[in-house]
Design a protein around this ligand. Structure first.
Ligand code: NAD
Ligand code: UDP
Length: 313
């Protein structure tokens, strides 16, 4: 049966893919965004769809809507953007999820919170299992994001226990793909944009830090599977468990783009996690989730996207 589904942050990178998939499954989708990092361009092709509605709104303010499900994705995700106005970032996580939980409670909607591998901070357990409580600095430059997302998880569990709200928590690991903004600032889009322009590829630190990169289609599939799973309230890691150093990523991007770019090394930002890789056992057993897109293939698709944008300029 078709549902009415609210996607906050729906004009962003992941949100715009999610809106598209939900519409393909014959749902009515309300995309809510304040366009801080999202763009109308990401959802332009959906505007003519009679089942799609766009609302310009800031999640830090309450809103009254009638919906069956809420995906709460509104929050800048790139360190460059979430550190631009850190006070606003933590308000977006904490007030945003409080407003959405209030809405979920009032209309009895199921709500999924986009949490993050950042709740593990600079992890001392590797790979990271959901049971791990993390190693997070409360007063550093990443704290506005990490701690905001941790409080959001707490609020989700408390609304569930106290008010019986039907909550889901997904811990998203580094996700990439088409529709990332050119100026997003995260590593995959930075390296691809630099390589396509034959500019220097900027590695922060010595490039030995690791990340596990998930292609957006896999992530969105996992996210929808969690939303549709009945009676599961614990957090679930979703991502890809292939682990790469940032240096390996830079070399792969140079190879795939045939670029003349040179690698340059810049200062490592403080609190930058040394390694990160999801333990996906829970996603596999609870959701039957399996990442399917290899880094090389996902990068190829993302490179094609950025090359196309460049041509249109
Ligand atoms: P993004 O920056 O492309 O999207 C975020 C969207 O939220 C944008 O459209 C932005 O305009 C909107 N937004 C920000 N503040 C808002 C506010 N106050 N009110 C309304 N809208 C607001 O980032 P993304 O990569 O698509 O991330 C989406 C969600 O997934 C975020 O919550 C992020 O924390 C989470 N996440 C993403 C990743 C990743 O690797 N992409 C990893 C972990 C978690
Ligand atoms: N990074 C880098 N060059 C860049 C952007 C990022 O070397 O131009 C590094 C960054 O320091 C981190 C890793 O790549 O170690 C992933 O950074 P990103 O901002 O994509 O995500 P996060 O640190 O939140 O995982």
């Amino acid at each position: 049966m078709s549902k009415t589904i609210l996607v906050t942050g729906g004009a962003g990178f992941i949100g715009s893919h999610l809106c598209e998939k939900l519409l393909n499954e014959n749902n009515n989708v309300i995309c809510l965004d304040n366009f801080f990092t999202g763009s109308r361009k990401n959802i332009e092709h959906l505007l003519g769809n009679k089942n799609f509605e766009l609302v310009r709104h800031d999640v830090t303010e309450p809103i009254r809507l009638e919906v069956d499900q809420i995906y709460n994705l509104a929050c800048p995700a790139s360190p460059v953007h979430y550190q631009y106005n850190p006070i606003k970032t933590i308000k977006t996580s904490v007030l945003g999820v409080t407003n959405m939980l209030g809405l979920a409670k009032r209309v009895k909607a199921r709500i999924l919170q986009a949490s993050t591998s950042e709740v593990y901070g600079d992890p001392l357990m590797h790979p990271q299992k959901e049971e791990y409580w993390g190693n997070v600095n409360t007063i550093g430059i990443r704290s506005c994001y990490d701690e905001g997302k941790r409080v959001a998880e707490t609020l989700m569990m408390d609304y569930h226990r106290q008010n019986n709200v039907d909550t889901r928590i997904i811990r998203i690991f580094n996700t990439y793909g088409p529709k990332m903004a050119e100026n997003d600032g995260r590593v995959v889009s930075n390296f691809i944009v630099q390589a396509l322009r034959n500019e220097d590829i900027t590695i922060y630190g010595d490039g030995s830090q690791t990340r596990s990169f998930c292609y957006v289609d896999d992530l969105v599939r996992g996210m929808m599977a969690l939303m549709d799973k009945d009676d599961y309230f614990e957090p679930v890691n979703v991502g890809n468990d292939g682990e790469f150093t940032i240096k390996e990523l830079a070399e792969l991007v140079i190879e795939l783009t045939n670029s003349n770019s040179k690698i340059v090394y810049k200062e490592l930002p403080s609190d930058d996690p040394v390694k990160r890789k999801p333990d996906l056992t829970r996603a596999r057993t609870v959701l039957g989730y399996e990442p399917t897109v290899k880094l090389r293939d996902g990068l190829q698709k993302t490179i094609e996207y950025f090359a196309e944008i460049k041509k249109c300029k």
